[in-house]
Design a protein around this ligand. Structure first.
Ligand SMILES: [Zn+2]
Length: 394
């Protein structure tokens, strides 16, 4: 089964179609949504085929860009306002979570050391058929086999030749008007890493396909909420658990899970540190103008003298974009809870429907409450997950 499409012309056709859509629509919200899609296509297509180069933008495009820029600014501003309103909530919620996580991770590391398990398994190069079959079986388990095949047979998965922008491992190109989408994987290899990236992107597709509100809401969700990564991260977690439970690439899946725990912890910790920085230092939606040393000075009093985190604040706090960090932190928190519910229901995704009711709304603690997500549930699930991982490692 051939997985990767080798014809970037399809993407060029989609770009032309999107440009026509941009000309034909009068709605500013639609312009913003399509513009973002075009912007992504023009960034990504040259990574897929380095021979394709796009010309400089014309005056007409510049005019559209100005409208879009203004809209983006307004939306980013709203997101920051929302962040500031709930800053105390974030501070309190994330502090407890980061402390418990740090504690569990220390215990996991001790366990690995005691059992001589902190060496990494080698990564298996799979045949295209094996690769397809593993992913197909997983998609089938979550009820999305047909969906998956539509992407494979429809040749909507591409590999980049050059590294993708921002060091992403894969990206979804989604047209919010036609609801059509393609996935580009960073320099495709047939191994567990790209499988994880693909399942993550399928999570985004599933999320978008269940996004039932209008285009304005779609735009808002891109700039304004911290929920963007919840479903994609849920898919990633479900996939790794599925591999371990079914003894498919088990050791590799376990190693990746260890890494994910570590990486996600850093997002949560950084989010907590961000919540400690006074509002006046936020400029254009980020703390990028603050040097790590300055951040250290601003937040150090919140940590005790011997706190090991304190020493590492400098490494966590570089180029902080609030939305980027928070969407992964809350994505981790929500996905752990969602994964548990879906597995309890034998990998049935229906329990996500509750989340889709609030999808597209700005972040609020009330939504977390309605979804049954609180510090206690999360911490309990986290501990249970790590214990299970230890058991499965034997
Ligand atoms: Zn994602």
């Amino acid at each position: 089964m051939k997985i990767i499409s080798d014809n970037p012309n399809n993407l060029l056709e989609k770009l032309e179609l999107a440009k026509k859509q941009l000309e034909n629509t009068k709605s500013r919200e639609e312009k913003l949504a399509i513009w973002y899609y075009i912007y992504q296509l023009e960034k990504i297509i040259p990574c897929v085929d380095p021979e394709i180069i796009f010309e400089e933008m014309t005056d007409k495009d510049t005019k559209i860009n100005n409208i879009v820029d203004k809209k983006c600014d307004v939306k980013a501003e709203k997101m920051i306002k929302n962040f500031i309103i709930y800053k105390d909530f974030h501070k309190c919620f994330l502090e407890g979570i980061q402390r418990k996580n740090a504690h569990e991770l220390r215990s996991l590391n001790r366990y690995l050391e005691n059992n001589d398990m902190n060496t990494y398994s080698s990564i298996t190069d799979l045949s295209e058929d094996d690769y397809y079959n593993i992913l197909f079986e997983f998609m089938n388990k979550i009820g999305l086999a047909k969906y998956f095949d539509r992407y494979i047979k429809g040749k909507r998965i591409y590999s980049s030749e050059k590294a993708l922008v921002n060091g992403a491992s894969a990206v979804l190109l989604y047209n919010p008007i036609t609801k059509d989408s393609d996935i580009v994987v960073d320099r495709m290899e047939y191994d567990i890493f790209t499988m994880c990236s693909l399942t993550h992107e399928f999570g985004h597709i599933y999320d978008m396909n269940h996004f039932s509100r209008g285009i304005e809401c779609y735009n808002n969700h891109t700039f304004q909420t911290f929920n963007d990564e919840a479903v994609s991260k849920t898919f990633e977690r479900l996939f790794l658990d599925y591999l371990i439970e079914n003894n498919v690439l088990k050791e590799e899946a376990r190693d990746i899970l260890f890494d994910i725990y570590d990486g996600n912890y850093q997002f949560i910790l950084t989010s907590y540190i961000i919540s400690l920085i006074p509002d006046k230092y936020i400029i254009d939606g980020s703390y990028t103008n603050l040097s790590p040393t300055k951040i250290y000075k601003l937040v150090e009093r919140h940590f005790s003298r011997n706190d090991p985190i304190k020493r590492n604040i400098n490494t966590y706090c570089k180029n902080i974009n609030i939305h980027e960090i928070y969407k992964y932190a809350y994505g981790d928190i929500l996905s752990l809870v969602f994964k548990g519910r879906i597995k309890e229901d034998n990998y049935n995704l229906d329990s996500l429907d509750e989340f889709f009711e609030y999808r597209g709304e700005p972040f609020s603690p009330e939504i977390l409450k309605k979804l049954g997500v609180n510090k206690k549930t999360y911490v309990k699930l986290y501990k249970k997950d790590i214990e299970l991982l230890k058991k499965q490692s034997n």
